[in-house]
Design a protein around this ligand. Structure first.
Ligand SMILES: [Zn+2]
Length: 415
């Protein structure tokens, strides 16, 4: 990795970002000046080029008419995911050293897909904290990581089978669970409040926490300045959690108009993870057993209906794949495929928001990321098609920059 501070002029591109949910103002024939890890100027090529050259020597990187957007942010990732089945067992039985390399490989692939920010919502053995340190120190390549550490579950609850969860019981137990993850370095807290697709002894609509347990999680996390997101399926469980002050819902398989109305009022976000109920090809690849496939794919139509309800009610919806973000799936990677499914309902402009600025706002890092603006970190991606015409343009990401350093450039490097 070069130690020279970047000083680059990204030339000949159309700059796009979502300043407001439905409003994108493209800057055609633009340039972006990147100095150090941040954006120093954005605007028409001639102006920005002059400003940059007047300030000293710059290297010009010709983007050749590409569309330039902020890097994508994937809000539901697991680099150490192990679903039931042979593929998952391979990951589950890894020792700590193998697991660390496996996760680092996933992080590098993820960055190369154009994902510059991830939110990890259950990772094994606190290896995510080591990965986050390694990436921040430049010892490993990957996106900026916000992580929950291990997800909190009740004894025998959703995901208890592996070391990416921590079993807790009672309000005292859950308070300790929250504190233990924050002590390890958690940026947020993830809690499983209902059953799910991957649990053999539960249903999607099994409630798993008592009110005093969830209240203890929320109160403790919020006191420490951490947001809480919950794996949740059924409307009653989600409705009660929203009233208690939950910050984000994962999946939301069985939402109702009443619950989405309250989510919109309270500002509770939804990460729908639409892929998890329509990814038979992925399940087959991992040898996922029949019972889980039936439950997953069977929940698909209701899941999509829930997502539509949330969008119509004005709930903030955010990109999250659940599948490993880089996984090759239906001709692209899981992150882009998820965004395409979301765009079928919300359209390309809102999809751009849901994959960039929306997540960054939830994470509380909007000052630094999410748009192509002076002073922000240079986390940028380029593609030849227009993502405002079709979200599938992200399939063609061919250039990735994180913090002013080029992580991928298909025109200068061999794969
Ligand atoms: Zn998940």
């Amino acid at each position: 990795m070069s130690t020279v501070e970047p000083n680059l002029l990204l030339a000949h591109c159309t700059v796009l970002d979502a300043r407001v949910v439905d409003g994108v103002n493209p800057i055609p024939d633009a340039a972006v000046w990147v100095r150090g890890d941040r954006i120093a100027a954005v605007g028409p090529y001639a102006e920005v080029a002059k400003e940059a050259r007047d300030a000293g020597a710059v290297r010009e990187v010709d983007l050749d008419g590409a569309y330039l957007t902020p890097g994508l942010a994937n809000m539901h990732t697991h680099f150490s995911l192990s679903l039931p089945g042979a593929g998952g067992d391979d990951v589950k039985t890894m020792g700590p050293h193998d697991l660390a390399y496996y996760m680092a490989d996933g992080a590098r692939r993820t960055l190369h897909c154009g994902v510059t920010t991830v939110r990890c919502v259950a990772e094994k053995d606190h290896a995510d904290f080591a990965l986050r340190r390694a990436i921040a120190a430049g010892r490993a390549q990957g996106p900026r990581i916000h992580t929950a550490g291990r997800a909190l579950v009740c004894t025998g609850g959703h995901g208890h089978e592996s070391s990416d969860t921590l079993e807790c019981d009672g309000p005292v137990g859950f308070r300790h669970g929250v504190r233990s993850q924050i002590k390890a370095g958690a940026d947020l807290i993830k809690v499983m409040i209902s059953g799910g697709i991957a649990g053999e002894h539960e249903r999607i609509n099994t409630p798993q926490l008592f009110t005093d347990e969830l209240a203890a999680v929320l109160e403790t996390a919020h006191a420490w300045g951490r947001k809480v997101t919950a794996h949740a399926g059924p409307a009653e469980v989600i409705g009660a959690a929203v009233e208690l002050g939950l910050d984000c819902v994962e999946h939301g398989y069985q939402l109702t108009p009443q619950v989405v109305a309250r989510m919109a009022e309270q500002g509770t976000a939804l990460v729908p993870t639409l892929l998890v109920t329509r990814c038979k090809e992925f399940f087959d690849e991992l040898g996922v057993p029949e019972w889980m496939q039936c439950r997953s794919l069977g929940a698909g139509p209701r899941h999509l209906e829930s997502f539509a309800m949330a969008v119509d009610a004005g709930v903030e919806v955010l990109l999250g794949s659940d599948m490993p973000p880089f996984w090759h799936f239906e001709g692209t990677n899981a992150t882009v495929r998820e965004l395409e499914y979301m765009a079928e309902r919300i359209g390309p402009a809102r999809a751009l928001h849901a994959g960039t600025r929306g997540p960054v706002r939830w994470l509380g890092v909007e000052e630094d990321r999410g748009t192509v603006e002076v002073g922000k970190l240079a986390d940028l991606i380029a593609m030849d098609e227009d993502p405002l015409a079709a979200t599938s343009a992200f399939r063609g990401v061919r250039w990735v920059m994180k913090g002013g350093r080029i992580a991928r450039d298909d025109r200068t490097e061999t794969a």
